[in-house]
Each structure stands twice: as structure tokens, then as C-alpha cells.
Design a protein around this ligand. Structure first.
Ligand SMILES: Cc1ncc(COP(=O)(O)O)c(C=O)c1O
Length: 376
């Protein structure tokens, strides 16, 4: 492996996430307290929790956890699932699937590890770019022009970080068909799946549609449980699963015993948790839209269709890195500038999955009104 570049957004979060007072850019939904999760446990699982031995755990994940994960898909069995931390899953899947010189197509802008790991392996990268003028659409025709006969892997992420774009069912089928026709693997990052604002927009998981697709999901974003560090890969391709498992022996080997039990409880209460998070992001997405329209001289937004983040353009600034730095230093409000996505300096990422969003927007609004009063 060549030297890998620093993960810009993660470095930024490590600097500000626990020091800034108001977080306006988090991608995870409102986190639950452990007591709230334990209160959802049925008596059987509660017994597992109370008698839990803090020994090593099964390398593929607790059988009940894999059952609960498999139950979230159509046509996927527990044997198709490998449990690990989401970011670890990206790292290991890329190393399992890719070799130097492979051609890889990846959605862009995006979560850096989705393409940076491929780059560090020495792959040839082509970026499938979102078009802001078309509501951040990823045009399928553009993908058709990028995919080649020798493309090894297509990497997609819908609902998309940072724009919130979700393709239609028809576009999604075309993406899968194109990947199949090239005989390429598909890595589908579905961390924000089930947070689509309209339920008909929820796409089928890629692993249920194509045997060479690997779906990434987990409890960090839509479930509001990032501290559990529970994610998983689901794929019907046994060879891919074997290759990932062999690599995992060199990272964490197996999951955390308490994290697994809490994850089982959360998945057993999936409808309740996802229902709560979805109603919050829907309400908050509306608040962000009215906020932006109240400051339309400063901000312009192609709204998200799902997920917990959006990517407005800052009209009044050509240097959003500076803007975000001033903002956090003067008010304690943390926003993420687009430079961290290697996507120029004209956008910021707003996260709207948190309960305190209305109060943080009020503070942000007061700052804008005060600082740019003369421009209004
Ligand atoms: C698109 C996407 N994939 C994967 C991850 C990794 O999740 P985790 O931080 O829980 O490992 C993130 C986190 O921000 C993400 O946004």
C-alpha cells in the first residue's frame, strides 16, 4: 500500500467535534442514550445483556445480530453478513476487491475513504460527479461514459454524503445494469438508507439485486448509534466475504461484546428508531429550507432528498474554509467547508439530524444577520 492521504473531514471532526459548542454539520442522527436502548430490550435479550461475558466474540458477528441484520433485507441470509465498524468495512472491502492498476469509478464529491483507499492501493480513479444545477443529480449517462470493459469496481453512495441526492428507482436499476454489463463489482454505501424523505424513494439494497454487489450499512447514521461502532457488509458473493474475513484478522478481529448486544436490541426496535429519526430529519430538512430562503443572498440550496445532510452554496463567500473558521471561533458553531471534500471553497455541509437544530440555526442566523447586515 502506498502512503494514504489524511482523511480531511475526520481530522476536522477530531479537532472540533468535542470542542465546538454547536454542531451544525454532523452526519449522524440524534444519538440515543444507553438507558433508552436497554429499555427497548425484551426479557430474553435483557438476560443476554445481564449475563454477558466480556470475552472475544465471533469474528463474523453474534449469530443473533447477523439474524437481525439479515432480516432487514429481502433474500439475504445471516451467512451473507459480516459485522464490523463501518469505516473498517470500507477499508477492508477495498483491499479485498482491488489491486494496483484496477480501474475504479466513484461518486464525487463524497466520503473520502470511498475513493482514497482505492487511490492508495494504486488504482486508476474516475469520478462520477454530481451536478448541482440538476439538484445534485448523478447522471446515469455520465456513468455510462466512465465505465469501461476493464472497470473493476463502481462505488456509489445513496442517499449521498454530502448532497443528500437519491436516484429514482429507474436510475438505480440502470446503475446496476451498467455495472453488471461491465462485469464489475458494485460497492454500495447505504449508511443513510431508510432516511429518504418519501418512503417510495427508498432503494432496494444493492446486495439484493446483484450477486457481485456489496452493501455497506450500519447503525451510525440513520439509527443514531455511532458510538456502538456497528456496521456490516452484506453480499451474496462468498469469495468476497472470505477475502474480507481474512483481512479482518489484521484489524479488529471481532466486534465489541457489549456493542453487539446493544446492536441486537436496536435492530429489534428498528421501526421505532428509524421512525423517530426519519420524522426528525424530515422536520429539520424543512427548517433548513426555510432558513436558507430567509438568507437567500448568502445561501442557495439544492435540497437533499434523503439522509441527514445537505450541501448549500455560500453566495457571499468564495472562501468557505475561512468562513467556517471565523464562524466556529466567533460563535462555537461548527460547519464543514467543501474544501474538506476536495470540492472547491464555495459550499458548506449542514447536518440536520440533531434535536437542537432549531436553536443552532437561530444562532447561525443571528451571526449572519449581524455580520452581513449591510448586504441584506
Ligand atoms: C457515506 C459514509 N460511509 C461510511 C461512513 C463511516 O461510518 P462510521 O464513521 O460510523 O465508521 C460515513 C461516516 O460519516 C459516511 O458518511
Amino acid at each position: 500500500m502506498r502512503k494514504i492521504k489524511p482523511f480531511a473531514i475526520e481530522r476536522y471532526f477530531s479537532r472540533y467535534e468535542f470542542s465546538a459548542r454547536y454542531l451544525l454539520s454532523c452526519s449522524d442522527c440524534e444519538p440515543y442514550a444507553m438507558a433508552d436502548i436497554l429499555e427497548m430490550a425484551d426479557p430474553e435479550i435483557r438476560k443476554l445483556w445481564d449475563n454477558l461475558s466480556l470475552s472475544y466474540t465471533e469474528t463474523t458477528g453474534h449469530p443473533l445480530l447477523r439474524d437481525a441484520i439479515a432480516a432487514t433485507y429481502d433474500g439475504i441470509g445471516p451467512e451473507d453478513v459480516l459485522v464490523m465498524a463501518p469505516e473498517e468495512a470500507i477499508f477492508l472491502a477495498m483491499h479485498a476487491l482491488l489491486s494496483p492498476g484496477d480501474h475504479v469509478v466513484c461518486t464525487f464529491p463524497g466520503y473520502q475513504s470511498l475513493y482514497e483507499i482505492a487511490r492508495s492501493i494504486g488504482c486508476e480513479l474516475s469520478f462520477w460527479k454530481a451536478d448541482e444545477a440538476w439538484g445534485w443529480e448523478f447522471c446515469v449517462q455520465d456513468l455510462a461514459e466512465l465505465v469501461r470493459k476493464d472497470t473493476r469496481l463502481v462505488i456509489a453512495n445513496f442517499p449521498h454524503n454530502p448532497t443528500g441526492f437519491v436516484p429514482s428507482q429507474k436510475q438505480y436499476s440502470e446503475i446496476i445494469d451498467l455495472t453488471k454489463a461491465a462485469n464489475a463489482y458494485l460497492f454500495s454505501d447505504e449508511m443513510y438508507r431508510c432516511l429518504e424523505f418519501e418512503s417510495r424513494q427508498t432503494l432496494p439494497a444493492a446486495c439484493t439485486r446483484y450477486e457481485n454487489a456489496v452493501s455497506l450499512s450500519g447503525l451510525s447514521k440513520a439509527y443514531g448509534l455511532p458510538g456502538l461502532r456497528t456496521g456490516w457488509l452484506a453480499t451474496r458473493n462468498q469469495d468476497v466475504r472470505d477475502r474480507v474475513s481474512r483481512l479482518r484478522d489484521y484489524t479488529t478481529i471481532c466486534g465489541s461484546a457489549p456493542g453487539e448486544i446493544l446492536s441486537i436490541i436496536a435492530l429489534h426496535s428498528r421501526d421505532r428508531i428509524l421512525g423517530d429519526q426519519l420524522s426528525r430529519v424530515r422536520k429539520n430538512a424543512g427548517l433548513v429550507a426555510s432558513f436558507v430562503s430567509g438568507f437567500d443572498q448568502f445561501l442557495q440550496l439544492s435540497p437533499a432528498m434523503g439522509g441527514s445532510i445537505c450541501f448549500p452554496r455560500v453566495l457571499s463567500h468564495t472562501d468557505t474554509t475561512r468562513f467556517c473558521k471565523d464562524l466556529v471561533e466567533e460563535t462555537g458553531i461548527m460547519l464543514v467547508p467543501s474544501s474538506l471534500f476536495d470540492y472547491g471553497d464555495r459550499h458548506v455541509r449542514i447536518g440536520f439530524g440533531r434535536e437542537d437544530l432549531p436553536q443552532v440555526l437561530d444562532r447561525f442566523g443571528a451571526y449572519l444577520a449581524d455580520r452581513y447586515r449591510d448586504n441584506r
